[in-house]
Design a protein. Structure first.
Length: 449
């Protein structure tokens, strides 16, 4: 068990993050979705002598909540409360972690919720999410990262309550626990939290095997057909670095210049939205990116031991899909072949030095980034950037740029559409030197390109 403390004398709020090194990558074969269901039942399945409704009633006068976040590698139970209510609040979160009831009715409810999230959400109404999950499945084909955190409909259908009890007993152990606390708390309180978690069963870390990501052969196109009015497009390929590697940080600068998420700092956003009005937005990432709710910021505690580069082209009119793909690939090729100018590098570095501080503007988010730093054996991403960017130069960025020799194109397109109708050539372009996956999602009613 490891403990991270971010003391803040006189702060009115206390934030807790209790992280367990277990996630959807540890789902047993045939029980895909078990980690997400177990995490959800910790928080919504009753605890101790209290039902889920009674826990909510107890939290209401504190203006607080207890949340859970499950990802591929980790599960985090977290919350923030005013320090005046800390003892009563912690008693509830302690019960959630140590004495989950996993009530049968809540088990059925949450399992159904996860099935609906896949069938009525991801498949039916989240074209962009479906495209990104398809790209993810291509890059991590056959591995534990290659399926949604919520699992599969078949896997969820096979899960029984005893599976949850067994998974919790084997995976939510003190040796896989990390305690993170921010605020004005006493040493006695910290010792109490550590002592409580020490009562969990033993069980050391056993990282699941993550096989080497599959590299596309030339430009590989995957077409997902479903009813939709516009086409969502995802493009990407594996990368060999993570935050644990020194090369990641200059690559991160290049990624921000190319396509910072939902800002006009990125080339893609300016070229494709501002100048041409193709769609709502276009972004590029050098690692897995999950947006934190309604913010524009990355969600902490989504670490991975294998990462990928990706381009997210938000839905475009069918007639513009071919052009949008060519535009994005052209901008990527220009970045790789020409690199960043000194002026572009200086502007991006100044932007990141300021903008990255917003990612850790709450105590809970700072704890999240600190936990991610521990996962990679580094300081938090915000601290690493603050330390490295002032000493970085444009030559370091140019030296680690992505080489777009192969790609995966992933598109949701109309049922019955062919590659010829889409106007796409799925062979390696002579002007490119790497590979990509491309995924498109489109409607059966859309006109051919």
């Amino acid at each position: 068990m490891k403990t991270i403390l971010l003391p803040s004398k006189g702060a009115p709020l206390v934030s807790l993050r209790l992280l367990f090194s277990t996630g959807s990558a540890h789902d047993p074969a045939g029980r895909e979705g078990l980690a997400a269901l177990t995490g959800g039942l910790h928080v919504e399945g009753g605890a101790g002598g209290l039902s889920f409704r009674e826990i909510l009633d107890a939290l209401y006068p504190m203006a607080a909540g207890i949340a859970v976040q499950v990802d591929r590698e980790v599960t985090v139970i977290h919350g923030t409360v005013h320090r005046d209510h800390l003892d009563a609040y912690y008693d509830l979160i302690r019960r959630v972690v140590l004495e989950p009831r996993f009530d049968a009715a809540d088990f059925e409810r949450l399992r159904e919720d996860q099935v609906n999230a896949i069938t009525a959400g991801l498949r039916a109404s989240d074209d962009e999410g479906l495209g990104k999950e398809t790209l993810n499945a291509l890059i991590h084909e056959g591995g534990p990262y290659g399926r949604p955190v919520d699992g599969t409909v078949r896997g969820l259908g096979a899960i029984v309550r005893d599976d949850v009890l067994r998974f919790r007993r084997e995976r939510f152990t003190r040796d896989r626990a990390h305690v993170a606390i921010a605020g004005d708390v006493s040493d006695r309180f910290v010792a109490r939290v550590e002592s409580d978690l020490a009562s969990l069963p033993r069980g050391g870390p056993d990282p699941v095997h993550v096989p080497a990501s599959r590299k596309p052969e030339g430009i590989e196109l995957t077409v997902v057909t479903k009813p939709c009015r516009a086409w969502a497009i995802s493009i990407g390929h594996p990368v060999a670095v993570t935050r644990a590697d020194d090369d990641f940080y200059p690559l991160f600068v290049a990624g921000s210049y190319f396509g910072e998420h939902r800002t006009f700092n990125g080339v893609l956003m300016n070229k494709m939205r501002s100048e041409r009005g193709l769609n709502y937005g276009d972004y590029g990432y050098v690692e897995n990116f999950v947006q934190d709710g309604g913010t524009t910021f990355p969600l902490p505690n989504t670490p991975r031991r294998a990462q990928s580069f990706s381009i997210w082209i938000r839905p475009v009119a069918p007639a513009h899909a071919h052009f949008a793909i060519r535009q994005a690939m052209r901008e990527l090729r220009r970045l790789v072949e020409d690199g960043l100018t000194t002026e572009a590098f200086e502007e991006t570095r100044a932007f990141l030095l300021s903008y990255s501080k917003l990612w850790a503007q709450t105590p809970s988010r700072r704890l999240g980034y600190a936990l991610d730093g521990a996962f990679y054996g580094r300081k938090s991403l915000v601290e690493e950037l603050a330390d490295r960017l002032p000493r970085m130069d444009v030559a370091q960025v140019t030296a680690v740029l992505i080489t777009p020799s192969t790609a995966a194109l992933n598109c949701c397109v109309p049922r019955g559409a062919t590659v010829t109708e889409l106007g796409l050539t799925v062979t390696r372009p002579p002007t490119m030197t790497s590979t990509m996956f491309v995924v498109m999602t489109s409607s059966p009613n859309a006109p051919p390109v």
